[in-house]
Design a protein around this ligand. Structure first.
Ligand code: SAH
Ligand code: SF4
Length: 351
């Protein structure tokens, strides 16, 4: 049994079940999540008989297996990870000067089938467990040997974006459990301000992100009207824009208006990128504290769209900025290692 992914309460119950005292779970937690050890023998402050028992019981601290690791010239690193049932997901590390974000996956494939998304074009297989979600981050830290959890800056793996494969709110319980483990100050200790969860808009669960986790929210908006959004994001039939905006408002009522929602907007040539679309977008988000993130569409083999020309993206950004919204254009990272969502996995499958 892999202990990674058990909540603190579950780990304590496991330890107590072994006939040990509860405080030992706290020590064990420290070794697993703060020190990052994978071998019980290295956990030197644990009593010898306790270590022995853990080994005899067959517990493990396994991370997902690295099938492939690629580092781009801009230092973006991408892993293809495999779980015990051979299923695979991608995880990406995007470094900045003295910090960096790890982009983690929550599902194998995605059932949402957004038309511009490479993951969406792949078959949905299953949800990841909490352990598999936490395991991606731990394996990324292994790769940079950033253990124990640095308590002073810089921390290279400082942020987490839940923007990899899958829709986190369709695997909410496991995602929530994983993020709680990751945020625990006695372990991996990444603060809630450094975690962003991105959703395509699973309306009934959006305010829970504020009340359960209080992490930052990003919404894959991508269209100013139902007419356009229906065509590119099937989930919009179930949860149309008006309901999505109400859910965002609810989120903000709990999280506070200083907690800006990032509206992600993928620039698709001739689909959602006209000045009229930008003006419509302004009407849609009025009353919400949002910032935009304009994402140049990352084309993939067989995709039905083209990326808007940069001149059009800049014009679009200027309209949002004239309305006093932040609207940076995302710089594409790790191009040559196919760091965009879903592309490494399929690239490898073709090889
Ligand atoms: N399922 C969640 C999180 C994963 S997708 C969501 O949809 O929000 C992370 C982000 O990448 C989303 O904003 C998604 O719309 C965007 N994305 C997907 N495919 C893309 C592509 N080919 N080019 C640019 N952005 C893409
Ligand atoms: Fe799933 Fe997000 Fe891709 Fe849509 S954009 S198919 S929700 S991963």
């Amino acid at each position: 049994m892999n202990l990674i992914g058990l909540s603190k309460e579950e780990l304590t119950a496991e330890v107590v079940n072994m006939g040990e005292q509860a405080f030992r779970a706290k020590q064990l937690w420290h070794w697993i999540y703060w020190q990052g050890k994978t071998d019980f023998n290295d956990m030197t402050s644990l009593a010898k008989d306790f270590r022995q028992k853990l080994i005899e019981k067959g517990y493990t601290l396994d991370r997902p297996k690295v099938v492939r690791e690629l580092t781009a010239t801009d230092k973006t690193r991408k892993w293809l990870f495999q779980f015990t049932d051979q299923r695979e997901v991608e995880t990406v590390y995007i470094p900045e000067e003295d910090r960096g974000a790890v982009c983690i996956s929550t599902q194998v494939g995605c059932p949402n089938d957004c038309k511009f998304c490479h993951t969406g074009s792949q078959k949905f297989t299953r949800n990841l467990t909490a352990g598999e979600i936490v395991g991606q981050f731990m394996a990324a830290r292994d790769s940079y040997d950033e253990w124990p959890s640095p308590s002073i800056e810089p921390r290279y793996l400082s942020n987490i974006v839940v923007m990899g494969m899958g829709e986190p709110l369709l695997n909410y319980e496991n995602t929530k459990k994983a993020l709680k483990i990751i945020m625990d100050p006695e372990g991996i200790a990444i603060s809630k301000r450094r975690i962003t969860l991105s959703t395509s808009g699973v309306v009934p669960l959006i305010d829970k992100i504020a009340s359960d986790l209080d992490v930052k929210l990003a919404v894959s908006l991508h269209a100013p009207t139902n007419e356009i959004r229906d065509k590119i994001m099937p989930i919009n039939h179930k949860y149309p824009l008006k309901e999505l905006m109400v859910a965002c408002k609810k989120f903000q009522d709990i999280a506070g208006t200083r907690n800006y929602i990032t509206m992600e907007y993928v620039m698709l040539d001739g689909i959602n990128d006209s000045p009229a679309d930008a003006h419509e977008l302004m009407r849609l988000v009025s009353g919400l504290a949002v910032k935009f993130n304009l994402i140049p569409f990352n084309e993939w083999p067989g995709c039905p769209f083209k990326c808007s020309p940069m001149s059009k993206i800049k014009k679009f950004a200027a309209i949002l900025e004239a309305h006093h919204y932040a609207a940076p254009i995302r710089v594409s990272r790790g191009q040559e290692i196919m760091a965009a969502c879903g592309q490494l996995k399929s690239g490898i499958q073709k090889i």
